[in-house]
Design a protein around this ligand. Structure first.
Ligand SMILES: Cc1ncc(COP(=O)(O)O)c(C=O)c1O
Length: 421
């Protein structure tokens, strides 16, 4: 069936979709609500509700403290091993721990410590603000002056690869970037940038928060030494779900976790007053595992393993390409700019459309049209496509309702009041 602007085309794509059965496995109470923000907070899998109920009623309610001997102590690594399967890492290289920001702090600090004669961090101006804040904070904690060099994107969309190359030199200890950029969806060539760092003996630290569960990430094949990421976005693990960190096997005994807590000790229950670090991925853990929150990660990740990242990526690419076709037909004439790479190979599973009235349009979409995207300043309305539950018909409807907001000028009813979405 050739592309046409009728809903029947979207329905045809849905019929052909190999992943379509997964949608029924999520809580979707209002089928008329077009949820295009699963890249920020994923939907609730039905199985997670059941799994959490079991964890509360049985594991906590009945097992009580005995739960620590019946699986809780191994949760961080067991679930970490499953996340590893989604990001091209081996078992024993990933642990669930803390938040992405805290994990970034730990690994960035460790990378600076292992190269004590170097004083340069290289990043870009597309990186997530919290990553910048962490770098700024930790640079003041070291006993030597640290310079943070920020490469500037020339168009505000694509990564500044050439400038990064010229900034990464023999004085660089750490290169840290978002693999997929939160605002524009630009995705770096992880292997190429990691190789730039490698050539001069620096360590690359990847924030894969917007890639995990939506794009092909090949940490081992890219020779990536370090990575961190979120589980509450594409991985559907719930609001505030803990993050994960990845440390390549050969580095696990060489790097040192700066937040050395009892969970990173070689013998946790020895209660020795002297810290004796583990030499495997456990040493990057700090405090007590967040048992209930990690419990919510596992069944969601199992679904991704079952669906397969290849198929998820294929559908994600098809959905964003479809949205771009609709943008050209319906939205570009109303002044929307595509603030994302046009080439599908260079972007993740979300797209931003820029518009001078972006914030007001975003509000009209949410309140009048039952479409939930999110907004990122200065003018980006961000649409996330989450292949396990987003249908092609929703992509179609989302674009159509956005056009209606413009045709009826519904956004004129809204003021520039910042939203938290
Ligand atoms: C790319 C990226 N990095 C880091 C963070 C911060 O994560 P956390 O709140 O878990 O520290 C976010 C949050 O949205 C993010 O999108």
């Amino acid at each position: 069936m050739d592309f046409n602007l009728d809903v029947s085309y979207a329905q045809h794509l849905d019929q052909q979709d190999e992943l379509k059965a997964f949608r029924d496995r999520f809580v979707i109470d209002d089928p008329d609500l077009i949820y295009l923000d699963g890249n920020s907070l994923g939907r609730l899998p039905k199985v997670t509700r059941d799994r959490l109920k079991h964890a509360i009623d049985h594991e906590w309610g009945q097992q009580l403290i005995r739960g620590w001997n019946q699986g809780w102590m191994e949760l961080n690594e067991r679930v970490g091993d499953k996340v590893a399967q989604l990001i091209g890492a081996q078992a024993g290289e990933v642990a669930i721990a803390d938040s992405t920001s805290v994990n970034l702090f730990k690994l960035a600090y460790a990378a600076l410590q292992v190269n004590p004669d170097r004083n340069k961090i290289v990043t870009d101006d597309l990186n997530f603000p919290s990553d910048h804040y962490i770098l700024q904070g930790l640079s003041k904690l070291l006993d030597r002056p640290i310079e943070i060099h920020v490469a500037k994107s020339t168009d505000g969309i694509h990564g500044p690869v050439d400038e990064l190359e010229s900034l990464i030199d023999e004085n660089t200890a750490l290169v840290t970037l978002s693999h997929t950029v939160f605002k524009t969806s630009y995705t770096y060539d992880m292997a190429a940038i990691t190789a730039m760092a490698d050539r001069v003996g620096a360590l690359a630290l990847w924030d894969i928060s917007h890639s995990v569960g939506s794009a092909q990430v090949e940490l081992n094949k890219s020779n990536a030494p370090l990575a961190v990421g979120c589980t509450y976005k594409h991985l559907n693990s719930g609001p505030g779900a803990p993050a994960f960190l990845y440390v390549r096997k050969d580095l696990q005994s060489k790097l040192v976790n700066p937040i050395s807590g009892w969970m990173g000790h070689r013998d946790v229950f020895k209660f020795d007053l002297h810290y004796d670090a583990e030499t495997n991925i456990r040493q990057f853990m700090t405090g007590t595992p967040f048992v209930l929150s990690i419990t919510a990660i596992e069944p969601a990740v199992d679904m991704f393993i079952e669906a397969g990242m290849d198929r998820i990526r294929q559908k994600s690419m098809k959905q964003s390409e479809y949205f771009i076709t609709l943008w050209r037909e319906w939205l570009e004439p109303f002044g929307f700019r595509l603030n994302a790479p046009l080439d599908v190979n260079w972007r993740g599973s979300h797209l931003s459309l820029g518009h001078v009235d972006g914030l007001r349009i975003d509000q009209a979409l949410i309140h009048d049209m039952k479409v939930i995207p999110d907004f990122r300043p200065p003018d980006n309305i961000r649409f996330g496509f989450t292949p396990l539950y987003t249908t092609f018909e929703e992509v179609y409807e989302g674009a159509k309702r956005l056009r209606e907001v413009m045709m009826k000028k519904l956004f004129e009813n809204y003021n520039e009041v910042p939203l938290v979405t």
